[in-house]
Ligand binder design. Structure first.
Ligand code: SAM
Length: 239
């Protein structure tokens, strides 16, 4: 079928098939992540000319040398984040806004009253991508549950700290200190750590008495976190 003849029903069916596959493959483990990924239309978060690929389980280019993460990675990170309705979440690396929308659908489910809604703050260093994310979130109906900020997310976003959860969607050489400071006691962070060519996804827990425990859960490959507590621009070279 030619890309311009695909309609909402076609995308809904493709989304359903992808989510079923992610469940079968063990990436989606909970009902609330399944429900969120069935709700958020990924086709609204990719460039128009790539819409027909929105439900392939692969990263896609979104411009400026950056990518929207593969759906299995979004599912896996969201599961490890162990989100609950009402939580305040910081995402570092807004990109297309898709992962932020999936997390918003868990912490602020569409069918819950607004007074129970949590919120997702997502920070992006490239202003044009922050604008892309904002537009996508608006048209997909998440503008009131997700705030997009332009800035260096390796410093976190102290204005709304502390956070229940922090999700970093770009790879850092180490866990940025400000992100640890901005995590609540009892809070969790999911972050890829490693060099430019191979990283491990880490789940980091700040215990109630403030100790930091971290464990690697899977190998992965992300674009670099560029910033004061990440890679220098000349080290990252994302082109
Ligand atoms: N979560 C995104 C999505 O759902 O489309 C995918 C993010 S993409 C893999 C990583 C993003 O992190 C890129 O858009 C990149 O510009 C951004 N990034 C890299 N370093 C950053 C920093 N220090 N602060 C904020 N964003 C950063």
């Amino acid at each position: 079928m030619a890309p311009w003849t695909r309609d909402e029903e076609w995308f809904r069916e493709a989304r359903r098939r992808l989510v079923e596959r992610l469940v079968r493959e063990g990436y989606i483990r909970s009902e609330h992540v399944k429900r969120a990924m069935l709700r958020v239309p990924r086709e609204l978060f990719v460039p128009d000319e790539l819409r027909h690929l929105a439900y392939e389980d692969t990263p896609l280019p979104i411009g400026h040398g950056q990518t929207i993460s593969a759906p299995h990675m979004v599912a896996m990170m969201t599961e490890y984040a162990d989100l609950k309705p009402g939580m305040k979440v910081l995402e570092v690396g807004a990109g297309s806004g898709y992962h932020a929308a999936v997390m918003a659908e868990v912490v602020a489910p569409s069918d819950e009253p607004r007074e129970h809604w949590g919120h997702v703050y997502t920070i992006e260093r490239i202003p044009e991508l922050a604008e892309f994310a904002r537009r996508n979130l608006e048209r997909a109906g998440y503008a009131d549950r997700v705030t997009v900020i332009v800035g260096d997310g390796s410093r976190g976003y102290p204005e709304k700290a502390p956070y229940d959860r922090i999700i970093v969607t770009a790879a850092a050489p180490d866990i940025p200190g400000p992100l640890i400071d901005q995590l609540k006691p009892g809070g969790k962070m999911v972050i890829p750590i490693g060099d430019r060519y191979l990283q491990h996804l880490y789940v980091v827990v700040k215990t109630r008495d403030g100790k930091i425990e971290s464990r690697p859960v899977t190998p992965c490959l992300f674009v670099p976190l560029v910033g004061e507590y990440g890679w220098r621009e000349y080290e990252a070279d994302t082109t």
